[in-house]
Design a protein around this ligand. Structure first.
Ligand SMILES: Cc1ncc(COP(=O)(O)O)c(C=O)c1O
Length: 411
């Protein structure tokens, strides 16, 4: 991928979007200069986000093989990693279409040479000038919508501004969040508003996260596929163009048996995996590629609590495993060097900058957590935990830091 130099106007370059760069050092003086960069995880201030590149590569290869087997293109959702370096691992440096969840991601990835981008959150009319600016700069940015009002707003903007904005209609394939049902008369009405700017249909079966058995996952994946393909066929039968049929979530793609009629698959969280994904069976605990490195800062022997310096601002408030067979609290605790889980303990509660580690049953063994020692907290939900950090300290699962990769947070 090459850098784009044609991006002008109000589209800020990387660095102004991503906040202080590793060399900028406003937030972390430990990485202020090349010769001051930490070489091992033991030199890092805590809390901080570690990324195991070996696990990342393994996760990426698994999904790449699966999608290849299903015979569709992969359009990864970069909202999980929000990092050009992670995308380079996925793409091997080749051009690759992506999905984004913010226009900040669209600007950042376009500035790094990615041109085919689907902004997969229903478009707010107020964002159309920003979308148009990227398109005029050469980005093949598409938007999604699921109401006649939004389609009319896009059509009006196109006619008034003389810029071509292509849109996909979001299909409700599971009753989970957004989208228009494939049988709803509104589908055709929305399609007609868009006319030749209709690029296709897309869906995300978020309800797959509620499945528990293999049969349920496979049925949900088939439902996601079948309803989206049905919507595309209805649009085509009405004489409307519908070249793109886009589906996906990590669980539905992991369990999908076939994707006939689909042109592309989107998945995001699979790159890192997390405790929720491990419970859903899409990865194992040993595949989880990120964790929050934290220091043990206290022993509250009276209440059986080990205190660490990663609270909810470093771990996120996500309680994704709360309703699952194994409740991991705010994260599972492991040894940062061996990756071995400390069995029978979790981060059971958090304050802003405190994590409270307690035993699931019986007394906690304080000797396993000396004051000043370090633990790695595996996330419930990788997207939410990573969003609390502005960079990854990259390792190969050992103490050496091999890279520092930025993220693009914000909107
Ligand atoms: C529209 C859309 N597509 C794809 C994805 C990727 O799903 P997952 O994180 O399960 O891989 C998401 C995730 O929220 C999404 O919102």
């Amino acid at each position: 991928m090459t850098e784009n130099h044609g991006v002008g106007g109000s589209i800020p370059p990387l660095g102004t979007i991503a906040g202080p760069s590793p060399s900028g050092g406003l937030t972390r003086t430990a990485v202020a200069r090349e010769d001051e960069r930490p070489h091992t995880i033991f030199q890092l201030p805590t809390p901080t986000l570690l990324l195991d590149r070996t696990r990342l590569e393994r996760n990426v290869a698994r999904m790449r093989d699966k999608v290849r087997e299903l015979g569709v293109a992969l359009r990864p959702h970069v909202k999980t990693a929000k990092s050009i370096d992670v995308l380079r691992v996925l793409s091997g440096g080749d051009d690759m279409p992506i999905t984004v969840s913010t226009l900040a991601e669209a600007r950042y990835f376009f500035a790094h040479g990615v041109t085919d981008i689907l902004y997969a959150v229903g478009i707010a009319p107020v964002k159309l000038p920003e979308v148009a600016e990227l398109i005029r700069a050469g980005c093949k940015l598409r938007v999604i919508l699921d109401t006649p009002e939004a389609a009319e707003a896009v059509r009006h903007f196109i006619d008034a501004e003389g810029v071509r904005i292509e849109a996909l209609i979001e299909i409700d394939s599971d009753g989970h969040r957004a989208g228009v049902a494939p049988t709803d008369p509104l589908l055709i009405e929305i399609g007609r508003h868009l006319g030749d700017c209709l690029a296709g249909v897309m869906t995300h079966a978020g309800a797959s996260y509620d499945c528990r058995t293999r049969d349920e996952f496979e049925a949900m994946a088939e439902q996601e596929r079948a309803l989206t393909v049905a919507a595309a066929e209805r649009l085509r039968a009405a004489g409307l163009p519908c070249p793109i049929v886009s589906v996906g979530s990590t669980p539905t793609l992991h369990y999908a048996q076939r994707l006939d009629g689909v042109t592309e698959a989107r998945a995001g969280v699979y790159v890192f995996g997390d405790l929720v994904q491990a419970e859903l069976g899409t990865c194992s605990i040993d595949d989880i590629a990120i964790g929050v490195l934290s220091s043990v800062i206290g022993h509250n022997r009276h209440h059986g609590r080990v205190l660490i310096d990663a609270g909810f601002l470093a771990l996120s408030r996500d309680r994704g495993t709360g309703e699952m067979p194994i409740d991991c609290g705010y994260g599972a605790v492991c040894d940062p060097l061996t990756g071995a889980l400390f069995e029978n303990v979790t981060v059971s509660s958090t304050n802003q900058e405190h994590g409270i580690v307690t035993s699931v049953s019986g007394a906690i063994d304080f000797d396993r957590f000396p004051i000043g020692s370090r633990v790695l907290v595996l996330p419930n939900h990788a997207c939410a935990t990573a969003a609390a950090h502005d960079r990854y300290f990259v390792t190969r699962g050992e103490e050496a830091i091999i890279d520092i990769w930025e993220r693009v947070n914000g909107w």
